[in-house]
Design a protein around this ligand. Structure first.
Ligand code: UDP
Length: 357
Protein backbone atom coordinates (compact mmCIF):
# COMPACT_ATOMS: atom_id res chain seq x y z
CA UNK A 1 0.00 0.00 0.00
CA UNK A 2 1.03 3.57 -0.57
CA UNK A 3 -0.30 5.84 2.16
CA UNK A 4 -0.11 9.62 2.28
CA UNK A 5 -0.24 10.75 5.92
CA UNK A 6 -1.14 14.38 6.52
CA UNK A 7 -0.22 15.99 9.86
CA UNK A 8 0.16 19.57 11.00
CA UNK A 9 -0.27 19.96 14.76
CA UNK A 10 1.46 18.74 17.91
CA UNK A 11 -1.00 16.02 18.96
CA UNK A 12 -1.00 14.63 15.42
CA UNK A 13 2.77 14.16 15.42
CA UNK A 14 2.49 12.02 18.56
CA UNK A 15 -0.19 9.72 17.13
CA UNK A 16 1.40 9.56 13.68
CA UNK A 17 4.74 8.56 15.24
CA UNK A 18 3.48 5.29 16.68
CA UNK A 19 1.39 4.43 13.61
CA UNK A 20 4.15 5.34 11.18
CA UNK A 21 6.62 3.01 12.88
CA UNK A 22 4.27 0.07 12.28
CA UNK A 23 3.06 1.18 8.85
CA UNK A 24 6.55 1.52 7.39
CA UNK A 25 7.44 -2.10 8.17
CA UNK A 26 5.46 -3.34 5.15
CA UNK A 27 4.13 -0.29 3.34
CA UNK A 28 5.19 2.96 1.74
CA UNK A 29 4.33 6.13 3.65
CA UNK A 30 4.59 9.63 2.23
CA UNK A 31 4.50 12.18 5.04
CA UNK A 32 3.00 15.62 4.49
CA UNK A 33 3.42 18.35 7.13
CA UNK A 34 1.01 21.19 6.45
CA UNK A 35 2.98 23.62 8.63
CA UNK A 36 0.07 24.47 10.97
CA UNK A 37 2.45 24.19 13.96
CA UNK A 38 5.91 25.35 12.98
CA UNK A 39 7.96 26.49 16.03
CA UNK A 40 10.86 24.14 16.78
CA UNK A 41 9.35 23.09 20.12
CA UNK A 42 5.86 22.58 18.65
CA UNK A 43 7.03 20.59 15.63
CA UNK A 44 10.61 19.61 14.78
CA UNK A 45 11.41 18.56 18.35
CA UNK A 46 8.60 15.99 18.12
CA UNK A 47 9.98 14.59 14.87
CA UNK A 48 13.40 14.17 16.46
CA UNK A 49 12.34 12.82 19.85
CA UNK A 50 9.75 10.42 18.46
CA UNK A 51 11.92 9.33 15.57
CA UNK A 52 9.44 10.41 12.92
CA UNK A 53 11.01 10.50 9.45
CA UNK A 54 11.40 13.95 7.91
CA UNK A 55 8.29 15.02 6.00
CA UNK A 56 8.40 14.37 2.29
CA UNK A 57 6.44 17.57 1.79
CA UNK A 58 6.40 20.61 4.05
CA UNK A 59 3.64 22.92 2.91
CA UNK A 60 4.51 25.79 5.25
CA UNK A 61 0.89 26.87 5.74
CA UNK A 62 -0.21 28.39 9.04
CA UNK A 63 -2.17 31.36 10.34
CA UNK A 64 -5.00 33.30 8.74
CA UNK A 65 -8.70 32.66 9.19
CA UNK A 66 -10.04 29.12 9.28
CA UNK A 67 -11.17 29.45 5.66
CA UNK A 68 -7.86 30.88 4.48
CA UNK A 69 -5.84 28.20 6.19
CA UNK A 70 -8.07 25.34 5.07
CA UNK A 71 -8.34 26.63 1.51
CA UNK A 72 -4.59 27.12 1.10
CA UNK A 73 -3.94 23.68 2.53
CA UNK A 74 -6.45 22.08 0.15
CA UNK A 75 -4.77 23.62 -2.88
CA UNK A 76 -1.32 22.46 -1.79
CA UNK A 77 -2.50 18.98 -0.74
CA UNK A 78 -4.23 18.53 -4.10
CA UNK A 79 -0.88 18.91 -5.87
CA UNK A 80 0.70 16.33 -3.57
CA UNK A 81 -2.08 13.80 -4.06
CA UNK A 82 -2.16 14.17 -7.83
CA UNK A 83 1.60 13.70 -7.85
CA UNK A 84 1.68 10.72 -5.48
CA UNK A 85 -1.56 8.92 -6.43
CA UNK A 86 -1.75 6.99 -3.11
CA UNK A 87 -4.02 4.11 -2.10
CA UNK A 88 -4.97 5.93 1.08
CA UNK A 89 -4.89 9.32 2.75
CA UNK A 90 -4.46 8.94 6.51
CA UNK A 91 -5.55 11.78 8.81
CA UNK A 92 -5.68 12.27 12.58
CA UNK A 93 -7.90 14.18 14.97
CA UNK A 94 -9.79 17.33 14.25
CA UNK A 95 -7.63 20.21 13.05
CA UNK A 96 -7.88 22.26 9.87
CA UNK A 97 -5.11 20.04 8.45
CA UNK A 98 -7.37 17.01 9.02
CA UNK A 99 -10.32 18.60 7.26
CA UNK A 100 -8.29 19.99 4.36
CA UNK A 101 -6.69 16.62 3.61
CA UNK A 102 -9.95 14.70 3.93
CA UNK A 103 -11.94 17.00 1.65
CA UNK A 104 -9.21 17.15 -0.97
CA UNK A 105 -8.72 13.39 -1.07
CA UNK A 106 -12.45 12.67 -1.20
CA UNK A 107 -12.87 15.00 -4.18
CA UNK A 108 -10.09 13.10 -5.94
CA UNK A 109 -11.79 9.76 -5.09
CA UNK A 110 -8.89 8.67 -2.91
CA UNK A 111 -10.07 6.76 0.18
CA UNK A 112 -9.57 8.55 3.48
CA UNK A 113 -8.87 6.85 6.80
CA UNK A 114 -9.66 8.93 9.89
CA UNK A 115 -7.96 8.06 13.16
CA UNK A 116 -9.77 9.30 16.28
CA UNK A 117 -13.08 9.24 14.43
CA UNK A 118 -16.53 9.49 16.01
CA UNK A 119 -15.68 12.05 18.69
CA UNK A 120 -18.51 14.54 19.16
CA UNK A 121 -18.79 17.31 21.71
CA UNK A 122 -22.25 18.30 20.42
CA UNK A 123 -21.47 21.96 19.97
CA UNK A 124 -21.17 23.55 16.55
CA UNK A 125 -19.52 26.62 18.09
CA UNK A 126 -16.50 24.39 18.73
CA UNK A 127 -14.51 24.80 15.48
CA UNK A 128 -13.05 21.31 15.71
CA UNK A 129 -16.57 19.79 15.80
CA UNK A 130 -17.15 20.93 12.22
CA UNK A 131 -13.83 19.38 11.20
CA UNK A 132 -14.74 16.10 12.92
CA UNK A 133 -18.20 15.82 11.36
CA UNK A 134 -17.13 16.69 7.81
CA UNK A 135 -14.07 14.42 7.96
CA UNK A 136 -16.07 11.44 9.23
CA UNK A 137 -18.70 11.87 6.54
CA UNK A 138 -16.26 11.97 3.61
CA UNK A 139 -13.89 9.28 4.94
CA UNK A 140 -14.10 5.61 3.91
CA UNK A 141 -12.64 4.12 7.08
CA UNK A 142 -13.34 5.48 10.56
CA UNK A 143 -11.11 4.30 13.37
CA UNK A 144 -12.42 4.91 16.86
CA UNK A 145 -10.12 5.27 19.85
CA UNK A 146 -12.87 4.40 22.32
CA UNK A 147 -16.25 2.70 22.52
CA UNK A 148 -18.04 6.04 22.90
CA UNK A 149 -16.54 7.26 19.61
CA UNK A 150 -17.61 4.03 17.92
CA UNK A 151 -21.12 4.35 19.35
CA UNK A 152 -21.42 7.97 18.22
CA UNK A 153 -20.89 6.80 14.63
CA UNK A 154 -24.20 4.91 14.78
CA UNK A 155 -26.07 8.13 15.55
CA UNK A 156 -25.02 9.59 12.18
CA UNK A 157 -25.32 6.31 10.24
CA UNK A 158 -21.53 5.97 9.98
CA UNK A 159 -20.85 2.81 11.95
CA UNK A 160 -20.65 0.60 8.85
CA UNK A 161 -17.37 2.35 8.07
CA UNK A 162 -16.13 2.07 11.66
CA UNK A 163 -13.60 -0.08 13.49
CA UNK A 164 -12.69 0.19 17.19
CA UNK A 165 -8.89 0.15 17.38
CA UNK A 166 -8.00 1.79 20.71
CA UNK A 167 -6.10 5.02 21.13
CA UNK A 168 -2.64 5.53 19.62
CA UNK A 169 -2.07 8.26 22.27
CA UNK A 170 -2.16 5.46 24.82
CA UNK A 171 0.42 3.48 22.83
CA UNK A 172 2.62 6.59 22.75
CA UNK A 173 2.21 7.29 26.45
CA UNK A 174 3.22 3.73 27.34
CA UNK A 175 6.23 3.89 25.07
CA UNK A 176 7.55 7.36 25.83
CA UNK A 177 6.46 8.56 29.27
CA UNK A 178 9.22 6.72 31.15
CA UNK A 179 12.10 7.71 28.88
CA UNK A 180 13.24 10.69 30.98
CA UNK A 181 14.04 11.07 34.65
CA UNK A 182 11.51 13.37 36.30
CA UNK A 183 14.09 14.51 38.81
CA UNK A 184 16.16 16.15 36.08
CA UNK A 185 13.13 17.91 34.61
CA UNK A 186 11.70 19.18 37.87
CA UNK A 187 15.03 20.35 39.23
CA UNK A 188 15.61 22.21 35.96
CA UNK A 189 12.18 23.85 36.00
CA UNK A 190 11.73 24.45 39.73
CA UNK A 191 15.27 24.60 41.06
CA UNK A 192 16.01 23.02 44.46
CA UNK A 193 19.21 21.32 43.34
CA UNK A 194 20.67 21.83 46.86
CA UNK A 195 18.49 19.11 48.36
CA UNK A 196 18.42 16.98 45.22
CA UNK A 197 14.78 16.18 46.00
CA UNK A 198 12.31 17.35 43.36
CA UNK A 199 9.33 19.11 44.90
CA UNK A 200 5.74 18.20 44.16
CA UNK A 201 4.02 20.16 41.41
CA UNK A 202 0.78 20.53 39.51
CA UNK A 203 0.99 20.32 35.73
CA UNK A 204 -1.13 22.67 33.68
CA UNK A 205 -1.73 23.35 30.00
CA UNK A 206 -4.20 25.94 28.81
CA UNK A 207 -4.37 27.24 25.28
CA UNK A 208 -7.91 27.11 23.94
CA UNK A 209 -9.44 30.33 22.64
CA UNK A 210 -12.27 30.31 25.18
CA UNK A 211 -9.78 30.34 28.09
CA UNK A 212 -7.03 32.55 26.73
CA UNK A 213 -8.70 35.20 24.60
CA UNK A 214 -9.33 37.63 27.43
CA UNK A 215 -7.42 38.62 30.54
CA UNK A 216 -10.18 37.89 33.05
CA UNK A 217 -10.64 34.25 32.14
CA UNK A 218 -6.97 33.36 32.17
CA UNK A 219 -6.49 35.41 35.35
CA UNK A 220 -9.15 33.34 37.15
CA UNK A 221 -7.32 30.16 36.14
CA UNK A 222 -4.05 31.65 37.40
CA UNK A 223 -5.70 32.69 40.67
CA UNK A 224 -6.73 29.08 41.18
CA UNK A 225 -3.17 27.88 40.55
CA UNK A 226 -1.91 30.48 43.07
CA UNK A 227 -4.05 28.90 45.78
CA UNK A 228 -2.84 25.32 45.35
CA UNK A 229 -0.55 23.60 47.83
CA UNK A 230 2.34 23.25 45.38
CA UNK A 231 3.72 25.21 42.45
CA UNK A 232 2.26 24.75 38.98
CA UNK A 233 4.36 24.05 35.90
CA UNK A 234 2.72 25.62 32.87
CA UNK A 235 4.33 25.30 29.41
CA UNK A 236 2.70 28.03 27.39
CA UNK A 237 1.46 27.58 23.85
CA UNK A 238 2.85 30.29 21.52
CA UNK A 239 -0.67 31.59 20.84
CA UNK A 240 -1.14 32.90 24.37
CA UNK A 241 2.40 33.40 25.59
CA UNK A 242 2.31 37.17 25.73
CA UNK A 243 -0.89 37.33 27.76
CA UNK A 244 0.27 34.56 30.11
CA UNK A 245 3.57 36.31 30.86
CA UNK A 246 1.84 39.63 31.50
CA UNK A 247 -0.76 38.14 33.85
CA UNK A 248 1.77 36.04 35.71
CA UNK A 249 3.81 39.19 36.32
CA UNK A 250 0.70 41.04 37.46
CA UNK A 251 0.06 38.37 40.11
CA UNK A 252 3.74 38.20 40.91
CA UNK A 253 3.83 35.49 43.59
CA UNK A 254 5.92 32.99 41.66
CA UNK A 255 3.66 29.99 42.16
CA UNK A 256 3.12 29.57 38.44
CA UNK A 257 6.22 28.45 36.59
CA UNK A 258 5.81 29.46 32.97
CA UNK A 259 8.00 27.70 30.45
CA UNK A 260 8.30 27.44 26.70
CA UNK A 261 6.43 24.41 25.30
CA UNK A 262 8.28 21.25 26.29
CA UNK A 263 8.90 18.20 24.11
CA UNK A 264 6.63 15.19 24.31
CA UNK A 265 9.04 13.07 26.37
CA UNK A 266 9.17 15.84 28.96
CA UNK A 267 5.44 16.50 28.89
CA UNK A 268 4.50 12.84 29.28
CA UNK A 269 7.01 12.49 32.12
CA UNK A 270 5.60 15.61 33.82
CA UNK A 271 2.09 14.14 33.60
CA UNK A 272 3.19 10.81 35.00
CA UNK A 273 4.78 12.42 38.06
CA UNK A 274 2.48 15.38 38.73
CA UNK A 275 0.37 15.79 41.84
CA UNK A 276 -2.68 16.64 39.73
CA UNK A 277 -3.47 18.05 36.28
CA UNK A 278 -5.28 21.22 35.24
CA UNK A 279 -5.90 21.52 31.51
CA UNK A 280 -8.10 22.39 28.57
CA UNK A 281 -6.36 19.94 26.22
CA UNK A 282 -7.99 16.80 24.88
CA UNK A 283 -4.66 15.01 24.85
CA UNK A 284 -3.66 15.94 28.38
CA UNK A 285 -7.00 14.81 29.83
CA UNK A 286 -6.34 11.36 28.47
CA UNK A 287 -2.72 11.30 29.58
CA UNK A 288 -3.80 12.23 33.11
CA UNK A 289 -6.17 9.27 32.98
CA UNK A 290 -3.45 6.93 31.63
CA UNK A 291 -1.19 8.00 34.49
CA UNK A 292 -3.94 7.73 37.13
CA UNK A 293 -3.72 11.45 37.97
CA UNK A 294 -6.71 13.50 39.03
CA UNK A 295 -7.62 15.95 36.27
CA UNK A 296 -9.75 19.08 36.17
CA UNK A 297 -10.66 20.35 32.71
CA UNK A 298 -11.52 23.97 32.07
CA UNK A 299 -14.09 23.45 29.33
CA UNK A 300 -17.86 23.33 29.04
CA UNK A 301 -17.97 20.18 26.94
CA UNK A 302 -16.86 16.59 27.36
CA UNK A 303 -14.45 15.24 24.71
CA UNK A 304 -13.53 11.96 26.38
CA UNK A 305 -16.51 10.65 28.38
CA UNK A 306 -14.52 7.55 29.43
CA UNK A 307 -12.32 9.73 31.65
CA UNK A 308 -15.24 11.34 33.49
CA UNK A 309 -15.90 8.57 36.00
CA UNK A 310 -15.20 8.28 39.71
CA UNK A 311 -14.07 11.91 39.87
CA UNK A 312 -11.08 11.12 37.69
CA UNK A 313 -11.74 14.04 35.35
CA UNK A 314 -14.18 16.87 36.09
CA UNK A 315 -15.25 19.84 34.01
CA UNK A 316 -15.03 23.26 35.56
CA UNK A 317 -15.86 26.81 34.61
CA UNK A 318 -12.91 29.23 34.58
CA UNK A 319 -13.69 30.36 38.12
CA UNK A 320 -10.93 30.15 40.72
CA UNK A 321 -13.13 28.84 43.58
CA UNK A 322 -14.64 26.13 41.41
CA UNK A 323 -11.28 25.00 40.03
CA UNK A 324 -9.71 24.75 43.50
CA UNK A 325 -12.76 22.94 44.88
CA UNK A 326 -12.82 20.39 42.06
CA UNK A 327 -9.11 19.76 42.26
CA UNK A 328 -9.60 18.85 45.91
CA UNK A 329 -12.04 16.03 45.12
CA UNK A 330 -10.67 12.54 45.67
CA UNK A 331 -10.77 10.19 42.70
CA UNK A 332 -11.15 6.42 42.77
CA UNK A 333 -9.30 4.22 40.32
CA UNK A 334 -10.49 0.87 39.06
CA UNK A 335 -7.33 -0.65 37.61
CA UNK A 336 -9.34 -3.05 35.43
CA UNK A 337 -11.05 -0.18 33.61
CA UNK A 338 -8.98 0.35 30.43
CA UNK A 339 -11.22 2.13 27.89
CA UNK A 340 -8.38 3.28 25.61
CA UNK A 341 -7.35 -0.18 24.43
CA UNK A 342 -4.39 -2.40 25.15
CA UNK A 343 -1.52 -0.19 24.00
CA UNK A 344 -1.46 -1.78 20.53
CA UNK A 345 -3.77 0.58 18.66
CA UNK A 346 -1.12 1.30 16.02
CA UNK A 347 -1.06 -2.38 14.96
CA UNK A 348 -4.84 -2.43 14.75
CA UNK A 349 -4.91 0.79 12.72
CA UNK A 350 -2.51 -0.63 10.14
CA UNK A 351 -4.43 -3.92 10.07
CA UNK A 352 -7.70 -2.08 9.47
CA UNK A 353 -6.13 -0.36 6.45
CA UNK A 354 -4.82 -3.67 5.11
CA UNK A 355 -8.12 -5.48 5.59
CA UNK A 356 -10.37 -2.76 4.20
CA UNK A 357 -12.55 -3.86 1.30
N1 UDP B 1 2.37 18.58 25.16
C1 UDP B 1 3.73 18.68 24.89
N2 UDP B 1 4.38 19.81 25.30
C2 UDP B 1 3.76 20.84 25.93
C3 UDP B 1 2.38 20.73 26.19
C4 UDP B 1 1.70 19.59 25.77
O1 UDP B 1 4.33 17.76 24.34
O2 UDP B 1 4.42 21.83 26.24
C5 UDP B 1 1.67 17.38 24.72
C6 UDP B 1 0.75 16.77 25.74
O3 UDP B 1 1.47 15.91 26.60
C7 UDP B 1 -0.23 16.05 24.86
C8 UDP B 1 -0.33 16.92 23.63
O4 UDP B 1 0.82 17.75 23.65
O5 UDP B 1 0.31 14.81 24.44
C9 UDP B 1 -1.59 17.73 23.64
O6 UDP B 1 -1.56 18.63 22.60
P1 UDP B 1 -2.42 19.97 22.57
O7 UDP B 1 -2.77 20.36 23.96
O8 UDP B 1 -1.66 20.93 21.73
O9 UDP B 1 -3.68 19.57 21.72
P2 UDP B 1 -5.09 18.94 22.10
O10 UDP B 1 -4.83 17.72 22.92
O11 UDP B 1 -5.88 19.98 22.85
O12 UDP B 1 -5.70 18.61 20.78
Amino acid sequence: MKVVTVVGARPQFIKAAVVSHVLRRDHQEILVHTGQHFDYNMSEQFFRELDIPDPDYNLGISGGTHAEMTGRMMMAIEDVLVNEDPDWVLVYGDTNSTLAAALTAAKLHIPVCHVEAGIRVHSMTNPEEINRICTDHVASLLLASTRSGYDEMAVEGLQEKGVLTGDPMYDAFIEYSTKLDVKDIVLKLLGGGETGVPEEYYYMTCHREENTNDDNTLLEIFKAAERLDARTIYPVHPRNKERALRLRDRLGTGKIILTEPVGYLESACLVRNAKKILTDSGGLQREAFFAGKKCVTVLDFVCWPETMIDNRNELTRPIADEIVEKLSHEQTIDSHYLPFGDGHAADKIVRALEEFR
